[in-house]
Design a protein around this ligand. Structure first.
Ligand SMILES: [Zn+2]
Length: 109
């Protein structure tokens, strides 16, 4: 796995800064532990998963249950998950914390 602070978009193939991508996160999917994001270059929706220092870019699909399929993975120096409350997802990179929440429609109980 390569080490980089940039990752390729699955759609437009642009090499985008991981921090620019993380700035767009919204909608944590607790089932897959993935989080939605938007390519800063083309605006297409991407799914991300952060585990340790590894950022996976892929998509989710339904096959009886939700699955996350990683299409590319990079090791990002300084990237880490941050502990946060239920219904939230947070990761930090270079001292900046990026926060996403479970979509409000799932929390309106
Ligand atoms: Zn793109």
């Amino acid at each position: 796995m390569k080490t980089s602070s940039r990752v390729g978009c699955l759609f437009c193939k642009a090499d985008v800064e991981v921090s620019d991508l993380l700035a767009t996160v919204e909608g944590h999917n607790p089932v897959c532990d993935s989080v939605g994001a938007r390519c800063p270059a083309c605006g297409e929706s991407l799914e991300l998963r952060v585990s340790g220092r590894t950022l996976a870019v892929g998509y989710t699909y339904w096959a009886g249950s939700m699955h996350f399929e990683a299409m590319s993975e990079v090791r990002v120096p300084g990237l880490e998950r941050v502990a946060c409350g239920p219904g939230e997802w947070a990761a930090s990179l270079d001292g900046i914390t990026f926060l996403a929440r479970v979509p409000g429609s799932l929390l309106q109980m």
